[in-house]
Design a protein around this ligand. Sequence first.
Ligand code: PEP
Ligand code: MG
Length: 589
Amino acid sequence: MDQRQVHILHGVAASAGIAIGKAVIMDTRKIERYPKIRITESLLSDEIKRFDDAVKTSEKQIREAIKELEAHNVGKEHSFILETHMMMLTDPALSGRVRELITTEHINAEWALKTALLEIEKSFESIGDEYIKSRVADTTFVGERLLRNLIGKKTSRCHLLDNSIIVAHDLSPADTAMLNKEKILGFATDVGGLTSHTSIIAHSLEMPAVVGLENASMLINPGDNLILDGISGVVIVNPSENQILEYEHRERSFITLELKLKEKAKSPAVTRDGKYVKVKGNLEFKDEVKTVLDHGAEGIGLYRTEFLYLNRNHVPSEEDHYQAYKTVVEAVSPYNTVIRTLDLGGDKLYSSLGKLRNEMNPVMGLRAIRLCLKEVDVFRTQLRGILRASHYGNTSIMFPMISGMDELMKAKEILEETKDNLLKEGIPFDENIPVGIMIEVPSAAIIADILASEVDFFSIGTNDLIQYSLAIDRGNEYVNYLYEPLHPAVLRLIKFTVDAAHDAGITVSMCGEMAGREIYTPILLGMGIDILSTNAFAISHVKEMARKVDLDQCRRIAEHVFHMKTADEIYEFMNQEIVGKSPDLFVLS
Ligand code: PEP
Ligand code: MG
């Protein structure tokens, strides 16, 4: 890129913060060129040994990476991902298949490996779930590492200067483990979304990151000056003096705001007219629980348990479930933990058991509670784990993707059977454990009055509610512009759900991303949402916004926007009404 020319690249704001530094390009791109060689019968065992040596070298490298991660005290979930990589190395689906291909096809190890990887990638092609897609990248990382070791190319390393901003096509936990964290200010990658490895790691290191930049690693040269804006998802290459000054100012404002909010994070949020607003945290990995609590969470409003299924190559046992949930419940108690049962399309889970389902439209397919009601043993195992953990603290159960009464009643029936069995076995659990459902399918919102009579609470999942009500794939960049939390249809579905819950005397939370954007807080409180549950970073922001408003004002705002016709109109109004009047909270907007 021309050193004098300023370029602005747009991506996904994956981890908030601003960094100004020098680009370090990490070569993590795929190795595309290697020959296909025919191996004669007498040399087959040598070829298999060559592959086995590459597996051993790869194991050694991953072990070192795990040690590095531990030395830098990075969250255990990342070592966990690396341990998964370690298991993949010896998984018959990969290594076994490579050996089989060498033997039956008489081909070299590189070619056999590529073929095996393509087979695996193909089997994941139809999966719509963004998180699963990013986990498919694990197989690619493992394959690339093996290939590099076969070819004799060193695994990617790079020379770090002080104030480095890492630019890469993609980053695996192993790549990041090898980096000296003291010298790094942030990450920019071509691929990835909010749930990709880079985002997860950047979050836990509390470093800014912008992902999904498409071709940043091609456009940016080593040593280019960069501004990385993880708040709005922008990377400025070779910025002007004025831009640097402006962003230095923004960075200072961001840090000052974060410090100020952090000081108050653990205090309750009380509106100006004295209404206490409960703000909980969302949790993916059990090891994140401390971070979420440190950010001021008053409980866990959504524990996404599918992560327990995804980071291993076998279905978790009852003991796996129980231990994970017990750890969280004990750490969070006396606050409440809402454990959501498995929300996963079947594909990934069953791939590990060798039973692949090929769904045309998996987001609308055998997902979440539908899968659990079909694979009742998997469901029962998880329910037993949750119930047993409930003995150790304040726990609730939540079913995802409920679309109608039948599903809810079946799920409750299986829960009751599971409770009966535990009683008979004399295993202690909370017999009055509250049971709730996610309202994230439009049909559930529309019959919320009917569903409310059968549950103790609702939690609105706006990520899916918006996806399904507006018919917009939440991971599709081409229709991103239509993904509108303030769409009048979405607001009506939320309002209807809240009113139905309150008429039935039950509480209603919101745990989708919408709950974590403070610009929406006044509308949500005005509509009557009782609890907001969000990612760790957003907790202090939402609390501060709640402290700035009074409930009457919120009700007036909600009433007012309810009569508006478009999301833009509502957004414009909120900008004037809220952002304009709270400049200290929106210093970076
Ligand atoms: C949601 O849909 O809003 C939600 C919280 O669930 P998930 O993002 O896990 O689908
Ligand atoms: Mg959902």
